[in-house]
Design a protein. Structure first.
Length: 305
């Protein structure tokens, strides 16, 4: 019995300290979490998108959920989410990049203070930020932004009553909240660029613009790709901001309806989980296709010479 226990202990030690097995042991927690929290939900959603889900029973309906998708609400939600994603990328890539370059400069005073100040909105609750912005951009005469307009002799407007100004409020909220996060991303990449490159460029007579264009931008390409990728997913998954600004999922003429809002409306409010799952699968495929396109445009799939 003792001999058998000793042999089993030796086998366990040999198994634990095996160099071939160790990498799989360390990767196992990530693989399990990916399978449980991503792969399984995606597969379940895919199967559910072909079903009619009723309390206590489900049955397959084929492609009916996908056929019923294409209505005015779907096109409105897709257009709103696409506009929001486009404008947030257009603002939240160049603006944080430029600010990160200034904050990373040795000539910048109080750099640490400005970094903390710009990152602070990211720590604020989206719900709280949405409520504050709803009050700031209110339709009353004494709201902050209408008071500001009155100072220039402009009349009161209903900021959240128009699709144009409503989208503007959403983009401003996104800029206020997420610019600091992107600044941190770009600053981490900037600080990884060797200073010797800039010194060599100065010796060769390069000015500040040439250094930025020839050295900084090319070396920021990997982090820029990452930021664009998460911005596409974040843009199309936006829901809470719109829900809070319009006090629910039913804005005037659906000017604040997003893809996730449409999923919530059909899957939760109307209890049509099959249709909601179909919307989720379309959204997943759309974001994946857009990201593959932008990765291909950046040459990520090209073979290195």
């Amino acid at each position: 019995m003792l001999i058998w226990r000793g042999a089993s202990k030796r086998q366990m030690k040999k198994l634990i300290y095996n160099q071939r097995i160790a990498p799989y042991v360390f990767v196992l927690p990530f693989v399990l979490s990916l399978a449980v929290f991503f792969v399984y939900p995606v597969l379940s959603t895919f199967i559910m998108s072909f079903q009619e889900v009723l309390p206590g029973q489900t049955h397959f309906v084929g492609l009916d959920n996908y056929r019923n998708l294409w209505d005015d609400s779907f096109y409105t939600a897709l257009w709103n989410s696409s506009k929001y994603t486009f404008w947030t990328i257009l603002v939240l890539i160049p603006l944080p990049l430029v600010l990160a370059v200034f904050l990373n400069s040795k000539l910048m005073k109080w750099s640490a203070f400005f970094r903390s100040t710009l990152f602070l909105p990211a720590l604020t609750s989206v719900v709280v930020a949405g409520i504050v912005f709803r009050l700031v951009f209110g339709s009353l005469d004494n709201s902050v932004m209408n008071t500001f307009r009155h100072a220039f002799g402009l009349e009161t407007i209903n900021w959240l009553g128009s699709s144009t100004t409503g989208m503007l409020v959403l983009v401003i909220l996104a800029t206020w909240r997420y610019a600091g996060i992107n600044i941190i991303y770009f600053m981490s990449a900037l600080q990884a660029i060797p200073s010797e490159l800039y010194e060599s460029a100065s010796i060769d007579g390069a000015n500040t613009w040439n250094k930025f264009w020839r050295i900084t931008l090319p070396l920021l390409k990997p982090i820029a790709i990452y930021v664009i990728t998460i911005s596409i997913y974040g843009g199309y998954s936006m829901f809470t901001e719109s829900f809070i600004l319009w006090s629910g999922n039913h804005s005037p003429n659906d000017i604040g309806l997003t893809m996730i809002g449409l999923l919530y409306r059909n899957g939760i409010e109307k209890n049509e989980l099959g249709l909601g799952s179909a919307i989720g699968m379309i959204l997943l495929m759309l974001t994946m296709i857009l990201n593959v396109i932008q990765l291909r445009l950046f040459g990520l799939f090209k073979k290195e010479d």
